[in-house]
Write a protein that binds this ligand. Structure first.
Ligand SMILES: Nc1ncnc2c1ncn2[C@@H]1O[C@H](COP(=O)(O)OP(=O)(O)OP(=O)(O)O)[C@@H](O)[C@H]1O
Ligand SMILES: [Mg+2]
Length: 415
């Protein structure tokens, strides 16, 4: 680095740290040096006393760095630099120059002297993306993606599960500083268990969406058909994804890859790999492994132990409130008669999953549609249509599965 560039950088750093210039960013200035921005330096008796950079884009430009040596402030250095930069920008076709400063920040005086007008009341919104460029490559390689915001709000009802997840998982992961201050260790590994269709996958995605972290689902079938064995591919996945600053790794049907070793000796190698990989993965904060299973009781107990899984959360069939929310959602796009009440439907559909509610709703819509098509009234979905449709729809979670779930929830849940 040439000596004068080093001197300029030192000046900028001094301004940033000592001379009330919070908006100056050294990295941005270095980028300005190399990408065609206009950079001017003021020199006096072989000493660098000021620097300005501005980035033109079409007919407008932003000044990005304005630094003045602390002992040369209020002496016109800033105004002279701005004048020089304005002249050069004018020759590049620029008609409007903007600068963003904190109130009272170094450079304000020079901008006012040069006739810049102030706009009050604008608010700066900034977002730091959760991935480094090198992270993006790793996430892509493993088929991961950033999920859209809002999945959390789309998961209807399930107040108990949502509040557990919110307080025990999302909040500590989003506020690690406060958690550290208090001594709370945010979770790194979570098992969601419960009957089919109760929302385990939905919740795993909703957590990633809520955190704003990339979501990578590891599919055992795909891993097993990769370069190595399932065990070695799992190892590689945990090592590579474990380097990311933030990630939610999701493994569905976890019982299939980690069944009790005494009942399924064939997968013992995979279980042994998990026993090594999971503690390793947990060592760095900011990453979350979410696993889901319908059969928590058949998973190797060593894998589930505290120290490997932080939280085991039972995701049960929707309760009345959840069912009412699911019904409201299913009915929202339908034309319904006044006697249709979501709470009544919820009471009549105990044991239904979100999918069952949707199916029964659509069956009722078919009845109303047929009636309307034949010219009969009413041309809306009625409570009677819904009662008929519900009686034709079998809950996809049979009573004995619900019973088994209640027992497993009592035995395995750890929150
Ligand atoms: N709380 C919920 N609110 C809205 N939709 C839900 C909710 N729970 C589940 N669903 C919907 O029900 C369907 C099944 O949910 P999901 O796939 O998450 O269940 P699962 O527990 O992962 O099932 P499986 O055990 O079969 O993998 C999805 O279409 C999902 O959108
Ligand atoms: Mg699922």
């Amino acid at each position: 680095m040439p000596a004068d560039v080093r001197e300029v950088l030192t000046l900028i750093d001094t301004c940033r740290t000592n001379a009330n210039a919070p908006s100056i960013d050294l990295a941005e200035f270095i980028a300005d040096l190399s990408d065609g921005s206009v950079v001017l330096v003021a020199e006096e008796r072989n000493e660098i006393v000021g620097v300005v950079s501005a980035r033109p884009s079409g007919d407008s430009a932003w000044t990005r760095t304005l630094g003045i040596a602390p002992n040369r402030r209020h002496q016109g250095v800033g105004s002279a630099l701005l004048q020089g930069v304005e002249e050069r920008l004018l020759h590049l076709g620029v008609r409007k120059i903007s600068a963003l400063l904190a109130p009272g920040e170094l450079g304000e005086e020079a901008l006012v002297n040069r006739g810049f007008t102030v706009t009050h009341g604008l608010v700066l919104y900034e977002k730091r993306e959760p991935l480094e460029p090198s992270d993006v490559r790793v996430v892509d390689e493993w088929g991961g993606l950033l999920l859209e915001a809002g999945l959390w709000d789309e998961a209807a009802g399930m107040t108990r599960e949502k509040s557990l997840i919110e307080t025990q998982i999302v909040a500590p992961l989003l506020d690690p500083d406060l958690a550290a201050q208090i001594g709370l260790r945010p979770p790194a590994t979570v098992m969601l268990f419960g009957p089919p269709g109760t929302g385990k996958t939905t919740f795993a995605k909703a957590i990633a969406s809520r955190l704003g972290w990339p979501f990578v689902e590891l599919l055992p079938s795909k891993l097993a058909s990769g370069r190595g064995t399932l065990a070695s591919e799992l190892h590689r996945a945990f090592v590579e994804l474990g380097q990311l600053e933030h990630v939610v790794i999701f493994i569905d049907e976890f019982d299939e890859i980690a069944p009790a070793r005494d009942t399924q000796p064939a997968t013992a190698g995979v279980v042994n790999e998990l026993l090594k990989s999971i503690p390793e993965f947990r060592r760095r904060p900011g990453r979350l492994l979410v696993c889901a299973t319908n059969f928590v009781g058949s998973i190797d107990p060593a894998v589930l132990r505290p120290g490997r899984f932080d939280l085991l959360i039972a995701i049960g069939p929707p309760d009345d409130a959840a069912l009412a929310a699911l019904w409201r959602r299913a009915l929202a796009p339908m034309a319904t008669s006044a006697d249709v009440v979501a709470a009544d439907l919820a009471r009549a559909t105990t044991g239904f999953t979100a999918g069952d509610v949707d199916l029964a709703g659509q069956r009722a819509a078919v009845l109303a549609f047929d009636r309307a098509r034949s010219g009969a009234a009413p041309a809306v979905v009625t409570a009677m249509d819904l009662r008929t449709a519900i009686s034709q729809t079998r809950p996809s979670i049979p009573v004995e599965i619900v019973e088994r779930f209640r027992i497993e929830a009592a035995e395995f849940e750890r929150v």
